[in-house]
Design a protein. Sequence first.
Length: 527
Amino acid sequence: MLLSSLQSASFTMVASVGLAFVTILTVLVWLRHLASDIRIRKLGGVRAPILAGNLLSASKLYYEIGRNQYNNNLVAWCTAQLDNLPPGKRTFAEFSLTGSKRVLITRDPEQIKAILATNISSFGHGSMWHKLWRPFLGDGIFAVDGQLWHDSRAMIKPMFVRDRLRNLAIFDACTNKLLSKIPSAGVTVDLKDLFYRWSMDTTTEFLLGENVNSLDFPDNDVLNAMHVAQRIQMFIFVLNPIAPLIPKGDYYRAIRKIEEFIEPAITRTLAIPQARLEELSKLDMEFSFLHSIARYTRDPKVIRDQIMSVLLAGRDTTAATMSWAMYELSNYPKLWARLRREVINELGSHGTPTYEALKDLTYVKNILNETLRLHPAAPLNMRSVLETTTIPGRPGEPGVVLLKGDSVTINTLGMHTYADLYPPVSDTFADPRIFSPERWEHWTPKPWTYAPFSGGPRICAGQNFALTEMAFCLVRLAQRFESIEYRGDWAAQRLRADIIGTPALGVHVALYEPGEKPDLRFKRYAH
Ligand code: HEM
């Protein structure tokens, strides 16, 4: 009897304390919300429509974010939040768990232009990003803002400003190796796995003048280390409030493994006298990215940080885009046939593409543009608000105020598929949700409505390099294979967005050379 009354008393006490705690938190959040409201009004602007403005709704929303990230559905969920807003208000919205540090989700071209270009000084990756990524990227271009970013950009720019013959030779060698790994007719292969190895080899060769050769050695230590470092880095980033609790032994070991590959090349390069580096800079075929940075700095740590950043930037992006391109093309035999016709007409079945030839291949360019529209490698892009500022609101309405400490999620994929930004569907313009390279024959996107490489001063430094690399690979595939067959459930594919958006289920296909017969048991899902 005594025991049960004690139990009931302690239960009542715990419940009361819990209730008091939740009440205090709720009031605190409400007060912070009110404080932000007052500041926003004082600045003469407005808030974005609120998706979740109190503790309960924001907790539910964060739960949904976690659940959707886990189910490879985060980007679609993000877009659905905007689609569910009232008509005419579907381009941006905000939420906040604590009442301050709001998150703005936007697919509004005018806002994106302000964030990335016209008002860029108010935005950046921010100090939290820098801190969380520091063990991996150090002070490399991807991790920094302000002067450090300016210096980084100046350091890496020279290697991207002109078409280099050396790059074509790298694309040729690595793509030939890739082709040699694709099995003969009827055998299923996961192209995504091959593309990730191909881009690792291409990027390391470009950066260091030697590659990890992961196409020959899939179990390569550096390749595995890259996977581990990126996977744990993503956890650290997404779960940043509890980042100190995440075990990091594997993370540091993986970073060390990558450094062990990079460091000897840096040491060798730093041993080259400056005068010899100047001479090398005139020899296109022998001058690597590493040589180029060593002309700017002799500090091995600065060089290491830039190499890590460009490795991260250049590897997954092209691999994911090529995976999506082949995923889409495997479902549309007529498009593959058209691509192959263009390539064979211009280059024959074995001709090696030059820069000029690649620029003339309009259909190849349209396929890449369309792939990057429907599957941008960075479907969501993040920015921190570094100083309080106002960005455009809806036409004719006051601007939207962002306070220092807020953050912005640019929903690039949401913008690329938002029908209101497109011409009406017609014979020459397919529904924006459908893969249709043909639309590019009659249409040019309005400024800031198509931004797979971002825009403004921080636009992708490797855009030209990436487009040439991918066009080269597509040409070689089209020269060799007459048809592709998807081996799996095409419609079940999902977008996994661990920073870079990649096909979650891989791209399992069979490719056929001329004369080999497609296996008719495998049906396609849409035409
Ligand atoms: C399909 C291929 C690619 C896509 C879609 C892509 C996209 C992007 C995007 C969206 C950004 C901006 C990131 C941000 O705002 O935080 C970016 C930045 C960057 N990209 Fe790419 N990228 C690709 C390939 C490459 C390649 C191959 C390289 C180098 C070899 C590269 C080097 C860089 C660098 C250095 C930056 C940082 C620029 C800066 O902050 O100033 N990218 N890229």
